[in-house]
Design a protein around this ligand. Structure first.
Ligand code: HEM
Ligand SMILES: *[C@@H]1O[C@H](CO)[C@@H](O)[C@H](O)[C@H]1NC(C)=O
Length: 411
C-alpha cells in the first residue's frame, strides 16, 4: 500500500498499479461507467483459468448477446415456468434422503444438489450415470483458484488447471457428439448454444460457447452452496430469526387451498422475511471479495485521478461492514432490510451481486434456490449442529472443516 486517501488507496497486484476502492460513491461511478470509462478486467491468472473468451472478459456487443442467451435459461420466465418446480423437487428429495443419515456436511451436500440441478439444465448431465465426475474436477479447480501460478505437478495451481482441462475435455466431446447428430434435441442450454453456433454468420465460436458453459457451471455451484450453508449456520445461531422465518413458511402452507400442491409463484413472491434473511446473509457472506475493472481513460473523480490503464478493485466487504452504513455491521439482523429498497437489486450500499450493467445474471436463480430450500427445510425439519461451522476468508468465504448437522423430521 503506497498512498492512502481515506477510502481509496493505491497498491500493486502482480506488478500492476491498482486503485482499491472502499468508497461507495466511487464504486457506484465505476459500475455506472462500465463500457465507457471502465471495462471488466480480471487478473491474468483468472483469465487463464476461466478461459480467454469467458463472459467476464468479453466486451460490448458480444457481451450483451451472450447475456441474453444466459437470461433465456435463468431469467424470470424460466424461473417461474420451470425452475421453481425443479428446485422444489430437488430440495425436498435431497432433504428427505439426508434426514435418514445421522450426520450430513451441509456445504458438500448442497454443492452436490445444486451442481446436479444446474448441470442437468445446462448440459443434461446425470452424475449417477456418468463415468467421469465433472464435480470432482470442479472441486480440484476451486481448491487451486486463489493459488500462486506455478504450473508444477502437485501444486494447487497445477491441479486447478488439470481440473479445468478435464472439464473442458468432457464439454468438448459433448459438443462434438451433438454436432455430429444434430437431429437429437435434449432441451437444455447446450441445445440453444449449438443452435446459435449453427446459424449462418454465427457470432459465437466453439471456444466462446465452451468457456461460457464452464463459467456458468462454476458460478452456479460454488456460490449458492456457500450462501446457503452460511444462512443455515446463522439461523442455527439466531433462534429468534429462525422462529420468524418458520412462521412465514408455516403460514404459507396453512393458507394453501390444496395442501398437496407445491410452492406457487405467488407464494414465492410473498416470502418477504425470507428475502430479508437472504439479503442479510449475502451482505455478511461477501462471497465475491473483489470486483475488478480497468480504466479506459484518465479519470478525475473526487479530487483523485485514476490514470488510463490502471486497474480498479471495488471492495464489497468494506462497504457491507461499514458501521456508518450498517449499524452493528457484524450482527446478523434481517430486520434491518425492512425499510431498505436494495432488497430487489444492487445499490452503492449493497453490491454482493455487483452493480450496473454487469450485475450478476444468476441473482434471481440464487434467491429462488435459497428461498425454496429454506421453505422445505423449516416446514419439514428441525436440526442440530454437530460440528464444524468455522469460517475462514482466503479471501473468499470458506468452511475449512465443513458444517455438520443432523436433521429430524417434524412430527
Ligand atoms: C450467492 C450467489 C452469487 C453471488 C454472491 C454472485 C456474485 C456475482 C458478482 C459480484 C458478479 C459481478 C462480477 C463483476 O462485476 O465483475 C457476478 C456476475 C456474474 N454471475 Fe454471479 N453470483 C452468484 C450466483 C450466480 C449464479 C447462480 C450464476 C449462474 C447461474 C451466476 C452467474 C454470473 C455470471 C454469468 C456473471 C457475469 C455477468 C457479467 O459479466 O455481466 N452467478 N456474480
Ligand atoms: C438431489 O437433487 C439433485 C438435483 O435435482 C438430483 O439430481 C438428485 O437425484 C437428488 N438427490 C436425491 C437423493 O434425491
Amino acid at each position: 500500500m503506497h498512498f492512502r486517501y481515506g477510502p481509496v488507496f493505491r497498491t500493486s497486484l502482480i506488478g500492476l498499479p491498482v486503485v482499491v476502492s472502499t468508497d461507495p460513491e466511487l464504486n457506484r461511478f465505476v459500475f455506472q461507467q462500465e463500457g465507457r470509462l471502465f471495462e471488466s478486467w480480471y487478473p491474468e491468472t483468472f483469465t487463464e483459468i476461466f478461459g480467454r473468451s469467458n463472459v467476464g472478459s468479453l466486451h460490448g456487443f458480444m457481451y450483451k448477446y451472450l447475456k441474453s442467451l444466459v437470461l433465456k435459461l435463468f431469467g424470470p420466465e424460466s424461473l417461474k415456468d420451470l425452475l421453481l418446480r425443479d428446485v422444489e423437487t430437488a430440495a425436498c428429495a435431497n432433504l428427505s434422503s439426508w434426514s435418514r443419515l445421522s450426520s450430513i456436511e451441509l456445504k458438500e451436500a448442497t454443492s452436490n444438489m445444486i451442481f446436479d440441478l444446474t448441470a442437468k439444465k445446462l448440459i443434461s448431465y446425470e452424475s449417477s450415470s456418468s463415468s467421469e465426475s465433472l464435480r470432482k474436477n470442479f472441486v480440484a479447480f476451486i481448491r487451486g483458484l486463489i493459488s500462486y501460478p506455478v504450473d508444477l505437478p502437485g501444486t494447487a495451481y497445477y491441479q486447478c488447471m488439470q481440473g479445468r482441462k478435464n472439464v473442458m475435455k468432457v464439454l468438448k466431446n459433448m459438443l462434438k457428439e451433438r454436432r455430429n447428430s444434430p437431429r437429437k434435441q435434449h432441451g437444455d442450454f447446450f441445445d440453444s448454444l449449438i443452435e446459435e453456433l449453427n446459424k449462418e454468420r454465427s457470432l459465437i465460436t466453439e471456444t466462446i460457447a465452451l468457456d461460457l458453459m464452464f463459467v456458468l457451471l462454476f458460478a452456479s455451484f460454488e456460490t449458492t452452496s456457500l450462501a446457503l450453508t452460511l444462512a443455515i449456520k446463522l439461523l442455527t445461531d439466531h433462534p429468534n430469526v429462525l422462529e420468524k422465518l418458520t412462521e412465514e413458511h408455516d403460514t404459507i402452507i396453512k393458507n394453501r387451498e390444496d395442501p398437496l400442491s407445491g410452492v406457487t409463484w405467488m407464494e414465492y413472491r410473498s416470502m418477504t422475511f425470507t428475502f430479508q434473511v437472504i439479503t442479510e446473509t449475502a451482505r455478511l457472506a461477501n462471497i465475491v471479495p473483489g470486483i475488478f475493472r480497468k480504466a479506459l481513460k484518465d479519470i478525475q473523480i473526487n479530487g483523485y485521478t485514476i490514470p488510463s490503464g490502471w486497474r480498479v478493485m471495488v471492495c464489497p466487504p468494506a462497504v457491507h461492514l461499514n458501521p456508518e452504513i450498517y449499524k452493528d455491521p457484524l450482527t446478523f439482523d434481517p430486520w434491518r432490510w425492512k425499510e431498505r429498497p436494495e432488497l430487489n437489486g444492487g445499490s452503492k450500499h449493497f453490491m454482493a451481486f455487483g452493480g450496473g450493467m454487469r450485475f450478476c445474471v444468476g441473482t434471481e436463480f440464487t434467491k429462488l434456490q435459497m428461498a425454496i430450500f429454506l421453505h422445505c427445510l423449516v416446514t419439514k425439519y428441525r436440526w442440530r449442529a454437530i460440528r464444524g461451522g468455522n469460517i475462514v476468508r482466503t479471501p473468499g468465504l470458506g468452511f475449512p472443516d465443513g458444517y455438520h448437522i443432523q436433521l429430524f423430521p417434524k412430527a
